[in-house]
Design a protein around this ligand. Structure first.
Ligand code: PBG
Ligand code: ZN
Length: 325
């Protein structure tokens, strides 16, 4: 038999393989999630996330410097306050942990792009992502606090805000308050398609934000559903979101693909704490090659359609990108 089509021809050597690559990664699309805490001289390793730390504000500049050197110039802040209460008042406090971290980062690294996660769960005594009415999270009351939180982040220097609470109508509520306060140019990256996921386990340990009763299934999405994800994405487009996020990433590549093909906004994907922890644990046991797995996970996420990638591996990945891996 005469074979005229031989796909292996283009796989012959590295030069050829690189030339015909369909997915190319770029450091400018990376965002590094970073935890900030109260106290001094703290660089506290997170037990379930080896290699990730909770930084006190005085230590933060060292972490940011390392990122900048690696070519990662975008960070997303998560705050761990000392005090939590029913209404999460430290989330929108003038001198809250994220607000102070923003001012410090802005001062030390004016060229860095600063994003914030906007949610209540790290700040509420009950660990839910909003205010409670009995055992239910009260949607519309929560919107007011989320809007207040987003505004206080922007006033402290945030370049972009990213609501992760999954309340209905929060993008509109945040857009309205920003617009009313001369912040029409601040974009909103919505965690639009956020599933109720066991992959957030290590994060909740890191932030001490696990709900004290029940779960988040009455606001985060059921992972059996894809069309509902599209509904959430389209709603947030209508409400004025600038970027749509899908979260987690690894088990949700079909959702990323669907969202990318259905809307005309940039799509972000968040490789969450559980993804990081699994890779770290597997590598530590010697079962997988950490660097190769990081690259393969990243490429598959971009290949699925992500334009922006949030990952705890941002620094390592930036290095691998430099090597053209
Ligand atoms: C806050 C928030 C969470 C994550 C991002 N923002 C936790 C949660 O929803 O329980 C998870 C990030 C991760 O697991 O890396 N709502
Ligand atoms: Zn939350």
């Amino acid at each position: 038999m005469e074979m005229t089509v031989r796909p292996r021809r283009l796989r012959k050597n590295d030069t050829l393989r690189r030339m015909v690559r369909e997915t190319r990664m770029d450091k400018s699309s990376l965002i590094y999630p970073i935890f900030v805490r109260e106290g001094e001289n703290m660089e506290e390793e997170i037990p379930s996330m080896e290699g990730q730390f909770r930084y006190s504000i005085d230590r933060l500049p060292y972490a940011l410097e390392g990122l900048m050197k690696a070519g990662v110039d975008k960070v997303m802040f998560f705050g761990i306050p000392d005090e939590k209460d029913e209404v999460g008042s430290q989330a929108y406090a003038e001198n809250g942990i994220v607000q102070r971290a923003l001012r410090e980062a802005r001062k030390q690294f004016p060229e860095m792009y600063l994003l914030t996660d906007v949610c209540m769960c790290e700040y509420t005594s009950h660990g839910h992502c909003g205010v409670l009415c009995g055992h239910d999270v009260e949607n519309d009351e929560t919107l007011k606090l989320l809007a207040k939180t987003a505004l206080s982040h922007v006033e402290a220097g945030a370049d972009m805000v990213a609501p992760s609470d999954m309340m209905d109508g929060r993008v509109r509520a945040i857009r309205e308050v920003l617009d009313a306060n001369q912040h029409k140019d601040i974009p909103i990256m919505s965690y639009a398609v956020k599933y109720a996921s066991a992959f957030y386990g290590p994060f909740r340990e890191a932030a001490g934000s696990a709900p004290s009763f029940g779960d988040r299934k009455s606001y985060q999405m059921d992972f059996h559903n894809k069309r509902e994800g599209l509904k959430e994405a389209l709603l947030d487009v209508q409400e004025g979101a600038d970027i749509i996020m899908v979260k987690p990433a690894l088990s949700y590549l079909d959702v990323i693909h669907e969202v990318k093909n259905s809307i005309n906004l940039p799509v972000a994907a968040y490789s969450v704490s559980g993804e990081y922890a699994m890779v770290k644990a597997g590598a530590k046991l010697g079962y997988i090659d950490e660097a190769k797995i990081i690259c393969e996970m990243a490429v598959s996420t971009y290949r699925a359609g992500a334009d922006i990638y949030l990952t705890y591996f941002a620094k390592e990945l930036a290095g691998f990108m430099d090597e053209g891996r």
